[in-house]
Design a protein. Sequence first.
Lengths: 607, 313
Amino acid sequence: MNEVAEAVPTTEGGKKISKLSEAVIRIAGNSQDGIQAIGGFLARLAGRSEQDVMTFMTIPSTISGGPSIFQVRIGSGEVLSSGDEADVLLAFYQHSYENHIASLKPGGIVLFDSDHVDPKPEWEKQYRHVAVPISSLTVEAIGGTARDKGKNIFTLGLVAKTFDLDIPKLTKLITERFHGKDESVLNNALTAFHAGYGYSLGDLLETFQFAESRKRDRSQVVMNGNEALSLGLIAAGVRFGAGYPITPWSDIMEILRRELPKYGGSFIQCEDEIASVSMALGASYAGRVAVTGSSGPGISLKTEAIGWAVMAEIPLIVCDIQRGGPSTGLPTNVEQSDLNIAVFGGHGDSPRVVLAPTDVEDCFYTAIEAVNIARQYNVPVFILSDQAIATRIEAFPEPNLEKLVQDISPNLSQVAEHKPYDLSVADGVTRHVVPGTRIGSGKYPVVTGLEHDEMGHPTGSPKLHVQMVAKRRKKLQTLGARLPVPTVYGTPEGNVLLIGWGSTQGPIREAVDQARARGDSVSSFHIRHINPLPNGLEKIFSGFNHVLVVEMNDEGLYGSGQLANLIRARYCDPKIRSITKTDGLTFKIKEILERAKPFIDSGSSKP
Amino acid sequence: MSASSIEAPRQKVPKVEAPGPLSDRKPLTKKDLVADHPTWCPGCGDFSVLALYFKLIEKRQLVHERITTVAGIGCSSRFPYFVQGHGAHYIHGRALPFASGISLSRPDLHVFVFGGDGDAFSIGGNHFNHTARKNVKMTYVVMDNWVYGLTKKQTSPTSPLGFKSKTDMWGAVDRPINPMKQAISAGATFVARTTHTNPNHVLQMMEAAMDHDGFGFIECLSECVEFYEGAFDASNPRKGGAFNLVPSDHDVTDEMAAYTLADAGFPGLFGIFRKVNQPTKNANEAKIVAKRRENFTELKDWQILQKNFDALR
């Protein structure tokens, strides 16, 4: 826990109080214990208290049960990652205790269920142990039958007491959560919560208080990345989607299935991944940019249809919530190993757009940007999210919806004539005139996956293939030239430049902060537009001795990760190197710094 | 943070209206509808299906603004290029889900899908079953020629046992699919069978399928003169065969009776095997929309979304 520098421990009613700027709490139990609910409540509370918050969770890929953790980091200042090490570990079982004690900071607090955990003497010397018979106290509070349900809420009460959390706000959150269920459920929850809150830890533990956080202009909302992406698609005007269930993409299809009908739209569950992408393309062809998405193997299955969208120049949004691969791989772990399939997947030269949101908030805005690019350029656009960003909860300023929400209904007004693949347009960007539109000339377009002439009719002409390939390429080059160059975090020149994409922005920025605090010259920038890349990156590179691309995938046969390959191919600069990892977990700050150390240590000035 | 860098121009456009007569339009004639000259071989059965599609449009006074022609891959799937109208030539086997996307998002359009037996029953077999089961509103004409023509004579899922092809040089060994049985068992709500050699009957079936509120499926025998000449002679009275209609007392709502008709050996029977009224996917989705919109009719889209954000504070 980072204590506020100027704050001195005070006492209140004889109890010691420490002021904190932030804390990392790791809750370890089994997946059916409802530990995600504790974390969820803490995150929502932080959001409502104008604090920053970020969570991290692991879930077993089994149907029910199995060890699971939920980590929540709450801060009065900016929180960029879910934290390398925990200040407090809540351990429900012996395995939770033994497997996660190492995640604690030296001297950290382990609060454990003494009904299930036997502490080890050697660890009692290193960490502060606080024993609470959580299981039996919960039974005592709400009765035997509800035990398994109430334990988490009892523990939430304990945490609320320890961190002096806002009780009225928390009880309101609990009440909202159980709204609409049987009244006894809510009563049990509140009873368990107050029992936990009322439990006296005596002198075992002081009370911690979060420092006042900065005031914000707009109220905060709290959600995970899949929620933000779904709501962003709705804000963008998407009203049709199709998908097939697969982890961790399924949340998005569930949300859109529930929400789209409110706007007159629908989301269809299909028989398979190919049907999903095809149905979405049918709807896009018919006039509104539609969405499909998947994870892992599902993306592989969609690639043929995505190639058709490139060829036929039909807009489409493809959400790829990346997980560990190849094949079925690691369904509930994170990896950034779909960059290649997003950028290059499929046969033939098929340029498409690939965007990667950097955090939960950015999932919302990236969805809108993706839809607008798809509409304007008539291309498929990938949104490369991942398991980590999909499931982690963050607080962010509420978007101005009145300003942002778009209407993208099809324009069916008559046109005099229309060539779907008009070659006279220099930048290659042509309009998609949707079925139902009357065309004055009486000449109607066919959209097609065959190489075609300007009206969409098949051709084997070598000249036309050259021209059409160039047209599809030029559209993306036009887009690339319009993209903003990423801003450098840290100083714009120096020794080491870290480059990241997607969900790793937080840990990379925190690594930069820590390195700079030590006096090392480290900066970073994050690439949101993977394909096309923005122009002008070489100017940034020229200001640094070392350029290290940090990503969660394998270094490949030739020693560089997937984004590193792309950048190396474009800039042919040997100083671009790779920091990769494939353990299925998010980057820790210290991992990045350790891997970057040889470069940080070599040459502190420009050659 | 990361505000959208690409803003497409915001445009206010009219909402899609429900189908209705277009008063200022002259009915289309064959002349308006002809596009590329078909790439089919002379004598191919598909020519008559194309001619009858034009006739259907003329007779029923359909206009360009109300129809879309969709196909997958195969000889017969070249169809949209030969029709002057909005069309899409999609990928192999996936025409049905693509057409479903159009049908479900554009109630003002009637979607006609044309394809062959490989598209429908082999690579697209799963989609055939599920589109039938979901009863998505569209008209689907499968031009069944019992052979892969575009790739030049390989075995198709409807090739009869013993058919010699380039991939079964000693004769086909896998039992063929019976398209009628397949459609009935998948839950198709309109199932009909016809043959290209009887144009009047083809047109009759197309009209009935178009008028059916749901997934209207027609198997149309369509001879491949190049790779399976004479395949359907037994169904052609001019070649000494028999064109037998479905008995007039057949109950099209009786699933087992339809199945029994489908069991007749070649040349079998022609006509409507099955026709039942069941809610379409389109209607089911519209019902969900109507129900879910009840509380939101007075609100703008951003206000509906605002309610989600309010709950996430």
